[in-house]
Design a protein around this ligand. Structure first.
Ligand SMILES: *[C@@H]1O[C@H](CO)[C@@H](O)[C@H](O)[C@H]1NC(C)=O
Ligand SMILES: *[C@@H]1O[C@H](CO)[C@@H](O)[C@H](O)[C@H]1NC(C)=O
Length: 740
């Protein structure tokens, strides 16, 4: 039920976003998005703490959009610091700020959703932060365990930063206990308290509780004139979001603030200390407060309330503060942290399907029985002699081999179900199989797109063919080296391709309907897929190194941009995950060092990448196509390396990655809005450009050395990587248009 409410709230918020971004003139407020992300890190041990820093932009944070999943990340904390702990922009260990003020700005754990601050409230950062001196943002990420396979993490937080000062400023007041928990106690109560010292009146508006696994309840109250008022209480085993405080309340100078954590230590045989490791415990109550911007800053150096000597006795702490909340299995399930380490495991690598030796693996799809459908080139390869200067194929003989191979994939086995297509294709590229088992192909050699039915004897019958065979061209009757095809609703979309740089929409019977060219123009749209959850199209805009997330009419939802790889060959999606793969390493503005190619996994709608993975048995050579199986738990990559074309098979490992129960990579992604819905700005844009920072595979290699002395042109600076503002389009250009 709660999830349904979340989803509804999310939908409403989405609608609001659209509404407010359309009604521009009414409220001129500028909100920019900034993202601070981990740098492609692979945790090396259990309870690995790392941090990244960036210079704080100037303005007022009015919302947080976490980009993380409890499968990979135990928690994230965002600090506002006068100085970061290290100049390098990245460091290992638990340090965050390096002296001066240390302000908690946000905390995330257990799949907590997005957070919007109430209208008129913001966290002042950068030059706006005055006495607090928040010159840097530091993101601390706690990984519970190393990943399985070669996985690099880019978890982070997108900040929504308003330019104008709101009437109220926000702070996070942390109530924290350091006392250990004795063993064998089913209901041990840990207490913390302080007296609020400032004359500035605080208005608590949200709170979050945090413990590790023994925590059952965390609560906090304030006491004035002998009367206790509850600020909030929550089961820390639920998603650790900031829950709104619906009743208005104020904390005044001299008020006694007290909090309590209830633990169940009955399974323990020795005392459990407070600490950051998973085997330790924590007892935290984070209170988000605001105060009038015109009042004195009550927390110039950070806002902490710890268990010093209580000025008041705990004896009358309200029982309500220690009574457990009713069980909420759906929340507990959602917040559950995986016991299986997250990972992407290379399961197999195929050079053959049954007896069929694979040629260049150009396209992959799945048939309705979830068999893998492979479109390869047999003995033919695409090289400098394949086409003449006018894009006309030199060898006009079709490939005399079965270039479509249907395979049942079981574990490490790829058995042959059927093979077909002999004598019908010139240079296979893209393939798509629809729910009726019709096969759609693009042939870059013949410049055509075709629909086929497979007969009982495995032969193919052509249903229709569009384009003019062997004649490249544009307009509604020709294609020029078309690359990908997908059926979506009542339309067929073709990425076309190497010369026309367009996506063509066809009717289901193959008639030209319309076309579009992407943001600023595609440069070799090389692959196209659709997603039934987001209802969007995804186009790999190869030579621009981007992925476009689009609606059917070509309007843009988001754009994924790579700062590291200047090419993206293929894209596929499942749930809200977007899988993207570069086809080759090419030097970029980051320099010419050979970095391994990886599959990058982004989050639909955000333009941001969350993690990446690469094979363990050896690097990708020339990956051409990435496809996620319909269950979402296996990823296939087809490689067109001429000497040894292969299909890689990866398994995404996380708890519950199981067909029957949850459908793989689907993740919870919604927004919980606080009571006062903020106005979303005119300046708000859905285009969030981002940076693939650095992909570090395996342990021990951190690119600090490589990047710490970069020029200001680089996205890294000595004091931390600077994220891209959404307006910044990092253009990466390449004049290559290789024959692939
Ligand atoms: C915390 O306060 C309660 C009274 O509310 C008391 O019973 C308990 O012993 C205290 N816990 C500790 C560790 O002092
Ligand atoms: C793979 O094939 C081998 C040999 O044919 C067989 O023993 C094994 O059970 C198969 N594995 C799966 C997962 O089907």
């Amino acid at each position: 039920m709660r999830e349904i409410i979340f989803s509804l709230v999310f939908l409403l918020c989405t609608v609001n976003l659209f509404v407010s971004s359309v009604s521009v003139a009414r409220k001129p407020q500028t909100i920019k998005k900034w993202t601070i992300q981990m740098v492609g890190y692979s945790p090396m041990k259990n309870d690995d703490y790392v941090a990244v820093s960036m210079e704080a932009p100037t303005g007022y944070i009015v919302g947080y959009e976490p980009l993380a999943n409890a499968d990979r990340v135990h928690h994230m904390l965002l600090y506002g610091c006068t100085r970061p702990y290290a100049e390098s922009g990245f460091w290992r260990g638990e340090s965050t700020c390096g002296g001066g003020g240390a302000h908690i700005l946000y905390a995330w754990a257990r799949n907590a959703p997005n957070l919007e601050l109430p209208k008129g409230v913001g966290f002042a950062i950068g030059d706006s932060s005055g006495e607090s001196g928040i010159k840097y943002l530091v993101l601390q990420v706690h990984y519970a365990a190393p990943f399985a396979g070669r996985v690099s993490d880019y978890s982070g937080i997108t900040l929504k930063v308003a330019a104008e000062q709101p009437p109220n400023l926000a702070a996070v007041y942390l109530i924290v206990s350091g006392s250990p928990i004795p063993p064998h106690q089913p209901a041990f109560q840990n207490n913390m308290s302080c007296t609020y010292p400032s004359s500035t009146v605080l208005h608590p508006f949200a709170f979050r509780t945090h413990t590790h696994k023994m925590g059952r309840l965390v609560s906090a109250f304030y006491k004035r004139d002998g009367h206790w008022t509850m600020i909030g209480k929550r089961n820390p085993q639920w998603p650790q979001l900031f829950e709104d405080i619906s009743r208005p309340m104020e904390i005044h100078e001299g008020d006694f603030i007290a909090g309590s954590c209830r633990f169940d230590s009955s399974g323990e045989s020795k005392p459990t200390p407070m600490g950051s490791m998973g085997s330790n415990e924590m007892c935290n109550f984070y209170m988000m407060v605001y105060y009038k911007a015109s009042d004195e800053n009550p927390f110039p150096f950070g806002a902490y309330c710890s268990n010093g000597v209580p000025a008041h006795s705990f004896d009358d702490y309200p029982v309500e503060g220690t009574e457990l909340l009713p069980a909420r299995p759906e929340l507990e399930h959602h917040a559950h942290q995986s016991a299986v380490p997250f990972g992407v495991i290379e399961e197999a690598k195929f050079t053959h399907i049954g007896p069929v030796k694979l040629g260049q693996v150009a396209g992959l799809s799945f048939d309705p029985s979830h068999n893998l459908v492979v479109f390869h080139r047999g003995k033919r390869v695409w090289n400098g002699d394949t086409f003449n200067g006018a894009n006309v194929l030199n060898n006009k003989n079709p490939i005399d081999e079965d270039v479509i191979v249907i395979s049942k994939m079981e574990g490490k086995n790829a058995s042959l179900v059927a093979k077909t297509g002999k004598g019908l294709f010139f240079l296979p590229h893209g393939i798509f199989v629809d729910s009726d088992n019709s096969i759609y192909t693009t042939d870059v050699g013949s410049h055509t797109v075709a629909k086929w039915k497979m007969n009982a004897d495995s032969s193919l019958s052509k249903v229709w063919e569009v384009g003019t065979p062997l004649v490249p061209g544009a307009g509604s009757t020709h294609f020029c080296k078309p690359t990908g095809v997908v059926v979506k609703g009542g339309s067929i979309f073709v990425s076309d391709g190497y010369c026309n740089d367009r996506v063509v929409e066809l009717t289901l019977d193959g008639k030209y309907r319309s076309e579009f060219k992407g943001q600023g123009g595609f440069k070799i749209p090389h692959d196209i897929v659709s997603n039934s959850d987001t209802h969007n199209l995804y186009v790999a805009d190869r030579e621009n190194g981007r992925v476009h997330e689009l609606r059917n009419d070509g309007s843009i939802v988001s754009i994924f941009t790579s700062g590291l790889f200047n090419n993206i060959y293929s894209v596929d999606t499942h749930g809200d995950s977007v899988f993207m793969i570069p086809g080759e390493f090419r030097a970029t503005q980051f320099g010419g060092e050979e970095l391994p190619i990886a599959v990058f996994v982004g989050r639909a709608g955000s333009g941001l990448t969350e993690y990446g993975f690469a094979p363990t048995s050896g690097p990708f050579t020339r990956p051409h196509i990435v496809r996620v199986c319909p269950h979402g738990d296996h990823v296939y990559v087809g490689d067109i390396d001429e000497s040894s074309p292969v299909i890689w098979k990866f398994k995404i490992q996380h708890e519950g990655a199981n067909h029957e129960t949850d459908g793989g990579t689907l993740s919870f992604f919604s927004t919980l809005s606080l009571p006062y819905t903020p106005d979303v700005s005119s300046g708000y844009s859905f285009l969030v450009f981002f940076l693939f920072i650095v992909f570090v595979v395996g342990a021990g290699v951190w690119a600090k050395r490589k990047f710490s002395e970069k020029t200001p042109q680089s996205s890294f600076s000595r004091t931390g990587f600077k994220p891209l503002r959404m307006e910044d389009n990092i253009g990466v250009s390449s004049d290559e248009s290789d024959a692939d």
